[in-house]
Design a protein around this ligand. Structure first.
Ligand code: CA
Length: 518
């Protein structure tokens, strides 16, 4: 393979190396540039001499300033850049470059499960939500029995999943921020893939009582059943209730609740639904310098297809958007939406400041090994997932998104916390990765897209879509975007399985609790 680099924007004075084995000193590129030293794949090379103090451009944006003079063909390592200040939140352009509506995309459907509340499921799962960690092992014990003794009798039900977590008690339940884990779990309890109806196991004495977690509308429906162990309408089981005597009685009660719900779920059938019923959560994890030129732009293209088909597309991860916020506020459909985005950035700035951290804490050793020098470069690549459409809405942490089109749903960037929070809304998940992660979620299909072909080949039975072909010119962004779009419809219909579901790789849920633990 000839020495090859990818330059994203004409303003860029660095490019990234494409060759899997990197380049050697003296290797000459088609442009005439010569590598001054050995440079690994995905790492940056200077395209011309850069003076000390001069900005370094990638994606046409400043990713840092050179803290020493760099000759042409130099390997730009992370310690050679000074991190620029984050864009000021007080001087952003609001709604000044709103993209025109994209051409509608008709004729694409999937086979989903329609729920009474109007939501649509992509899986058919019995979900048992817990209010507190104390009951988690008991519910896990019951789930094993449900899977072996009950589930085989209900062939239309895909799985039984316990929603266990570390929140629920020993926390300042009225503290600012406590609403975030509470509403996240409340929405998950009524997930479209659970038939949108909760089945809750509570201990009894915990701080997060079921009445705190479930919204008023659900509670009204539960009114009489809420605290009854053997109610005719079983939604909430409380282990400390007098009627339950001993562990076997507790397990028996959970199994009776489960059986009633399995009978209901087993009656669900897939019906043809428009693509507009998809709510797709986008995330990246283990990103590298290719993420912003291969997988994330391909996901961005698929995001535009989904928006054109009337679906909801959520992008998240505040610390990976913060340094690109100046590219997003102009795209907000209204100044109020732009202000909502700024509000979420400011909230997170304050949250990090309270922990004496800042956004520079984001990149991991793996990100850096993959050629990403700092969070600015990571953010500019990350927002490529958001495609090119207007920003139609902003949701706070753990809120359920109902707006159609492109929406920013605030979450931390941590993979499993972001995924947990997006579950408040999404029925389909797309996860891009450069370094590789076997991440998966039980509740929704997780489609994994790799930034490099080498990863897709090494992890041939973990990566669903290889976007690395874009870097070598074997496929275009459009090709991979369409492939991803069609694969999502197949997976949402149950016609195809993601590798994560094939192997049953399902990460634990991790609700974001910014409040104090007592
Ligand atoms: Ca992430």
């Amino acid at each position: 393979m000839e020495p090859l680099y990818v330059r994203v924007h004409t303003r860029d004075n660095v490019a990234i190396i494409v060759n899997p084995d990197g380049v050697r000193p003296g290797d000459r590129f088609a442009s005439g540039l010569e590598a001054a030293e050995g440079i690994p794949q995905a790492h940056k090379i200077t395209l011309r001499p850069i003076a000390e103090g001069e900005p370094i451009y990638r994606y046409g944006e400043v990713i840092g300033t050179a803290n020493r003079a760099l000759g042409a063909g130099t390997w730009v390592r992370e310690d050679m850049l000074n991190l620029p200040a984050a864009p000021s939140l007080d001087e952003l352009a609001l709604s000044t470059a709103v993209p025109a509506p994209l051409q509608p995309l008709e004729g694409y459907t999937f086979e989903g499960y329609r729920n009474a509340d109007g939501s649509v499921g992509t899986k058919n799962i019995l979900g048992i939500t817990t209010t507190v960690q104390c009951v988690a092992p008991t519910v896990d014990y019951a789930v094993k029995l449900i899977k072996t003794k009950l589930l085989p009798r209900f062939p239309n039900v895909d799985d039984v999943v316990a929603i266990t977590h570390t929140y629920g008690c020993g926390v300042a339940i009225d503290a600012p921020g406590a609403g975030i884990p509470i509403r996240t779990l409340g929405h998950i309890a009524r997930h479209p893939n659970f038939g949108a109806a909760p089945l809750v196991v509570s201990l009894g004495c915990e701080k997060m009582q079921p009445a705190r977690m479930l919204p008023q509308t659900t509670l009204q429906r539960l009114a009489s059943a809420q605290l009854a162990v053997l109610s005719e309408d079983p939604y909430v089981l409380r282990l400390q209730d007098e009627e339950l005597r001993g562990f076997e009685s507790i397990i028996g009660a959970i199994l009776r609740f489960a059986e009633t719900r399995l009978e209901q779920l087993n009656k669900r059938t897939r019906v043809t639904c428009p693509t507009s019923e998809l709510t797709v959560g986008l995330q990246c994890g283990g990103s590298d310098a290719f993420s912003g030129v291969t997988c994330n732009p391909a996901v961005g293209f698929a995001a535009d297809l989904l928006v054109r088909a009337g679906a909801t597309v959520m992008f998240s991860e505040v610390t990976e958007v913060r340094d690109a916020v100046h590219l997003l506020t102009p795209r907000a459909a209204t100044p109020d939406i732009a202000r909502d985005l700024i509000r979420e950035m400011r909230w997170y700035d304050d949250y990090l400041a309270r922990g004496s951290a800042d956004r520079s804490a984001n990149p991991t050793p793996g990100n850096k090994r993959g050629g990403l020098s700092n969070v600015v470069e990571k953010a500019l690549g990350s927002v490529a997932k958001a495609g090119s459409s207007a920003l139609m809405g902003v949701a706070s942490h753990g809120e359920r998104v109902t707006t159609k089109g492109l929406v920013f749903a605030a979450t931390p960037a941590s993979d499993f916390i972001c995924g947990t929070q997006q579950l408040a809304s999404m029925n389909m998940h797309v996860f891009t990765t450069g370094e590789g992660s076997p991440y998966g979620l039980a509740l929704v299909p997780v489609v994994k897209v790799s930034s490099r072909t080498a990863l897709a080949e090494r992890w041939y039975d973990l990566i669903d879509i290889d976007a690395g072909r874009i870097a070598t010119g074997q496929a275009t962004i459009e090709d991979v975007g369409w492939e991803l779009f069609r694969f999502m419809l197949d997976v949402a219909s149950g016609r195809k399985k993601t590798w994560a579901d094939h192997w049953g790789l399902h990460n634990a849920l991790a609700p974001f609790n910014p409040g104090p633990v007592t």
